[in-house]
Each structure stands twice: as C-alpha cells, then as structure tokens.
Design a protein around this ligand. Sequence first.
Ligand code: CIR
Length: 273
Amino acid sequence: MSSQEQTSRLQVPTHALVRAVSARFRDAVSRDGTAAGIDLDRARDQHGLYVDALRKCGLIVEILPAQDDLPDACFVEDCAVVLGSAAMITRPGHPARLAETVEVEEALARHLDLTRLAAPATLDGGDCSKVGDVLYAGASSRTSSSGIRQLEAWARPLGWSVRAVEIGDTLHLKTVTTALGRDHVLLTENTVSAEHFPGQKILGVPAEEAYAANALAVGDRVIVSEGYPRVRELVEKAGFTILTVPTTEFRKADGSLTCLSILFTSSDLRRAR
Ligand code: CIR
C-alpha cells in the first residue's frame, strides 16, 4: 500500500452528505410495520439535531432535498461505500430503494471518483464497515454474494481487504457492530463473533441496548443514540467524547445513526493540501 493510501485511510472525514426526511417517511420499509407510527414533525426535528451534531464534529454538511416519492431516502448510507477518495455507488437490496442512488451519485461526483455496482448484484452501505485495514461486508438479505465480489474487486486495488460476514436475519452488519476508530469496535453480545475482529478492543453491547451498537464516530467524537446509558458509558470510558441525538423516529423505520449520512473527505480539500 502506498503512503498516500495509508494517509487517506486514517483521514478524519471533512464532509457529510445527508438527505432531508420525506413527507412520506411513514411509508418507509420496516420489518414490523412500525414506520406507520412515525411522528413526521419529530422525525424532522431529530434529523435537524443529527445535522447539528455532525457540524459539532467539525463536518461540512451537504443536505439533499427530501424526495417525497422515496420514503426511505434519508437513509443515504445505503447508497454508497466510500474508501478514501473513491466511492462505489451501490444498488440497494430492497427494490423500493433502488432509485435513491441518483441524487447521491450526483452529489458525490463533485468530490470523489465513482464506480457503480453493476446489476443484478445488490449491496447496502449499511452492510459495509471499515475496521482497521479491513472492509467487512455483511452477507445479508440486502447484500448479495455477487455484490460482495464486486466490492472486493473494487476495494482490493485501493489497498483494502474485504471480509464477508454472515449476519443471518439481521438487517445490516452495522445494525450490530460499528467501528469507533483507535482499534475500538462496538459489538452487540451474542450476534456476530468477536473473532472476526482480531486486534480490536471489543466494547460489548448488552442485548437491552442493542440498538445503540450503531454509533457514528468522527475522529475522537462519537454520536450515540439518546437513552442508552450503558453504551454511552462504554464509549466514554474508552476515551471518546460523546454527543447524543434522539433517534426514536428513525428506529421505527429500522434506521439508526450511521444510516443517515455518508462521510467523506472532499477531493477539493485533498487537492488543496
Ligand atoms: C430499510 O429497511 O432499508 C430502511 N427502512 C432502513 C435502512 C437503514 N439503513 C441502514 O442501516 N444503513
């Protein structure tokens, strides 16, 4: 791996791409039909607080307008996987979400070198987790084996190894584990094996706080969902600075913190360095 690649891997992101909440957010995909109970005003307030937290982490936030005919479109994470100055535009695994990539691709093209996942493969960004120098890919109902093969063919020349992890009927890999950086990983107990993550300090999330295993790290700051004291304590004790954001309405649509943004370092800034 070149030193430039190593630098980009360690880079703290400078930008976040998000998309405002659809007026039809109550029609979002949800396994237990809970999205029907979303309070739209509250969801929009919570999205605003999320954007505030991203800014407090020092990120420049680009907000795409809501797309009312795409109820799940605020969950932009699933539309792209970013590695340094490159991004793969995905094909989300739920058919109702396939059209969500169009505006995300337009926005990221201004900053990153793009590759598109080819049909009929599918892959959700929520299944992709960068830990150290490994890109983990959840083999889920949304991410196909051919999607993971394409991910690997794209990521390997960029200096990443890809490791597939079977996640059973969990929605996404990042539903149960997120990397915080500095060799720390949040992992819900009794889900995927900690042996997948050699050399990492595992912060075991108890079942009653499983939802909060999805946290969003930006450098030394970590955004944690409000109302999960054990996870907050775990992350704080590991030396990170905590920001909390309420996410009750996104949870009703099976979404959590990482799902709501794509973090990247702008190529404009890279050029200026
Ligand atoms: C879905 O089922 O696709 C959305 N309602 C939730 C997606 C959450 N995204 C994520 O975890 N990356």
